[in-house]
Design a binder for this molecule. Structure first.
Ligand code: HEC
Length: 454
């Protein structure tokens, strides 16, 4: 781990363990702050940068295929490219969200108590080298743990996981909070070959398809593994994630997951800038390193080139270094008050897993293990603090990274941008998203105007 990334691991957590109540195993706790390292300093004064509050809403299974189908009254106008989602739905995010969290058709697997909307406050700035963002949103608890291993007294079993899936199995949900940023240039990314409608009018919705994880037409593992591009002989994927239909040779009800263009055609699209840049700040899997992840969306949601901020081995491969941490694993009852010690980082506080070490029933180890990222994955630095029911996350990236999997941002220009927030221990589609369009202007007017600093 290089010192340029600053202090690693969660900063001091001021824990107010108010009471340990003897009702069953209930542990009453209140963590007032969980903070990652601060790997950069903002050269301006955030209090002088105007903030924009954007209401995100829960989209359920409102896929691109639904939006252009006869079931959606806006389908035909949307396809003309003359109108955007907001033309018809502006100011009605609360209505959309409230309907979609329990929608008879678009939400077959509702989460009890899921919030329908979330207000995200955004500030942006840039200097000669970097673009900066500062986000704030309310979050009752800090989702800083992800999937886990639990020792059952004899063996280690997979533990934690997202709502609503694991709740049904009686496993307590444990899944990280996330903030994603999707960026593209205006009117350059058509929703499909020959489309009038682009990322500018329909935003993130052009990347969301029926074949993706937790969507209605998810292909089987067998179908994926037998597929020449996705399968065992190709990319070795066991699911489909966000993609652009311009990477496909056709369209169908499932979102043409299997109709991928040739590698040469995909490379030509990438070279022509026909992809979207995606940054994912991860409360468990990147924030403790002072980073956000860096991905891009074309035929799939790929990680940028380089070593990722985490690995997720299929068996416990690492444990805490007892000599510096004082323990090899965390007893589950103590986890809520040990969040600051939770991140397991190779080269820092992790040692090779030793099956002969002494473990007790209920001991917990993180499933993903963190590591210093390299190359293009390391482009986005982050500082995230959860304090008193609110996340504040700052990001910094070079305006131009010169990487083939990133979008350069040019002062004076306007970009299309979309945000999503994952909160309350959820994965895949169960996020809250922006209603397109949302624009970002670098020194010029837009929904979010990034101001020049210092
Ligand atoms: C030309 C107008 C128009 C456009 C453009 C439009 N819609 Fe709609 N949409 C409607 C109407 C009308 C309905 C049905 C009434 C309602 O639910 O608001 C609807 C329904 C929906 C629903 C189902 C809501 C429910 O509770 O059943 C979703 C989700 C939705 N729209 C999302 C979008 C998104 C996302 C976009 C942009 C990609 C979009 N719409 C573009 C007019 C439009």
């Amino acid at each position: 781990m290089t010192s340029a990334h600053g202090r690693i691991g969660l900063k001091k957590v001021v824990l107010l363990v108010t009471a340990i109540v003897g009702i069953g195993a209930a542990l009453v706790w209140a963590s007032s702050e969980v903070a990652g390292p601060r790997p950069f300093t903002f050269p301006g004064d955030w209090s002088k940068v105007p903030s924009k509050t954007i209401t995100l809403f829960y989209p359920a299974q409102a896929s691109w295929e639904f939006l252009v189908s006869p079931e959606h009254p806006g389908a035909e106008p949307l396809k003309t490219g003359q109108v955007a989602c907001a033309t018809c739905h502006e100011g009605r995010q609360a209505e959309l969200g409230a309907s979609l969290v329990k929608h008879a058709k678009l939400e077959p697997d509702p989460i009890a108590g899921k919030r329908p909307t979330l207000d995200l406050s955004v500030k942006a700035a840039f200097d000669a080298q970097y673009v900066y963002f500062r986000f704030e949103w309310e979050s009752r608890e800090p989702g800083v743990t992800h999937t886990l291993w639990r020792y059952d007294g004899k063996k280690w079993v997979r533990w934690g996981g997202p709502k609503p899936d694991v709740s049904k199995k009686g496993v307590p949900p444990s899944y990280e909070d996330r903030l994603a940023v999707l960026i593209g240039e205006p009117d350059t990314i058509p929703a499909y070959d020959g489309a009038q409608v682009t990322f500018s009018q329909a935003g993130c919705f052009i990347t969301c398809h029926n074949s993706m994880r937790a969507m209605p037409k998810e292909p089987s593992k067998q179908a994926l593994s037998a597929h020449p591009y996705w399968g065992a002989a190709g990319k070795k994927r066991d699911d489909i994630r966000k993609y652009l239909l311009i990477s496909r040779t056709a369209q169908d009800e499932a979102g043409a997951w299997d109709k991928v263009k040739t590698p040469q055609e995909l490379e030509a699209l990438r070279k022509a800038g026909k992809f979207l840049d995606l940054w994912q700040w991860r409360a468990a899997r990147s924030n403790p390193l002072g980073h956000a992840g860096d991905d891009y969306v074309l035929d799939y949601r790929w990680f940028d080139k380089g070593k990722n901020t985490f690995t997720s081995p299929g068996e416990p491969k690492w444990m805490y270094d007892r000599t510096t941490m004082g323990f090899s694993a965390i007893p589950e009852a103590d986890l809520p008050k040990m969040l600051e010690k939770f991140p397991l980082i190779t080269g820092k506080n992790a040692v090779a897993f030793d099956p002969a070490a002494s473990f007790k029933e209920g001991d917990i180890l993180p499933h993903p293990v963190l590591q210093a990222p390299t190359e293009s994955i390391a482009d986005v630095l982050a500082h995230g603090v959860w304090k008193d029911g609110k996340w504040t996350v700052e990001l910094r990236r070079k305006l131009n990274t010169d990487q083939p999997d990133d979008k350069a941002l040019v002062p004076g220009k306007v970009y299309d941008i979309g945000f999503s927030v994952f909160e309350d221990r959820v994965s895949n589609r169960r996020h809250l998203v922006t209603l397109p369009p949302v624009t970002l202007g670098l020194g010029v007017d837009a929904d979010i105007k990034a101001v020049k600093v210092p």
